[in-house]
Design a protein. Structure first.
Length: 241
């Protein structure tokens, strides 16, 4: 006997929704059924963003800083920043250097007496706006750095690693913006979400689908983690009169 030799299995939106409906004890019968399932799926991926760090949504980006400018926009789909540095001499094999920049809170930033002071940036406040479109524009997430850059434009580059939003569900032919390892969790989660909305669903079935969803997500999330070794070193402090 031989195997297929392929490892390309995936579910497009139609197949994913059909599987979820069947688990919930129903069928995908109408355009509205697909519409309500797509809405639930979008809400499900937002829930995943609230559960913690999804490694496949980490992206690196950079912003070239301008002399005297303190505020810069982040990509509209940014959830949060994980790490960030100030890069000097970007692109220089011999001299490029990444220097740590500390994240501070809004209350700390607000107490800085002179926010226009110029120098090499050492602190950043991340203003996590909604990313929603309003009558006055888009509330994009921003960073406020301090001191403002004192070097010629492009001398300093703010390099960051961000969490982005998971792509929307799309239409019936789209596959989802997740690793294959999370397919069981997504199907289980959508089945649970749909069971809440399907009239006449046995409450025991709803609770069973919820338990299965939590189990499948835990299995996927426990695998989707950093596997590099980590070492904790205590910081010894000296006290004197």
């Amino acid at each position: 006997m031989t195997t297929t030799g392929t490892t390309a299995f995936n579910l497009d939106l139609n197949d994913l929704v059909e599987e979820a409906f069947e688990r919930a004890g129903s069928e995908l019968r109408s355009g509205y059924d697909l519409r309500t399932a797509r809405r639930s799926l979008n809400l499900l991926t937002i829930e995943w963003a609230n559960r913690g760090i999804n490694l496949w949504t980490i992206q690196q980006g950079e912003i070239v800083l301008t002399t005297g400018q303190s505020t810069y926009n982040l990509p509209i789909d940014t959830i949060d920043l994980l790490d960030h540095v100030i890069r000097t001499n970007s692109g220089s094999v011999a001299n490029q250097t990444d220097i740590n920049i500390s994240r501070i809170s809004e209350s700390t930033y607000s107490t800085i007496p002179n926010k226009l002071t110029q120098g090499r940036p050492i602190q950043v406040w991340i203003n996590r706006q909604s990313g929603a479109t309003t009558p006055t524009g888009v509330n994009a997430p921003t960073i406020n750095i301090w001191p403002t850059p004192n070097a010629p434009d492009s001398q300093y580059t703010f390099v960051y690693w961000r969490l982005r939003r998971i792509n929307d569900a799309g239409d019936g032919i789209n596959t989802q913006d997740i690793p294959f390892r999370f397919l069981p969790a997504m199907v289980a989660g959508l089945a649970y979400y749909l069971s809440i909305k399907i009239q006449g669903t046995d409450p025991n079935r709803v609770m069973g689908l919820k338990a299965d969803y939590e189990e499948q997500f835990k299995l996927a999330a426990d695998e989707d983690r950093e596997k590099a070794p980590i070492r904790f070193v205590p910081r010894n402090m000296m006290y004197s009169r």
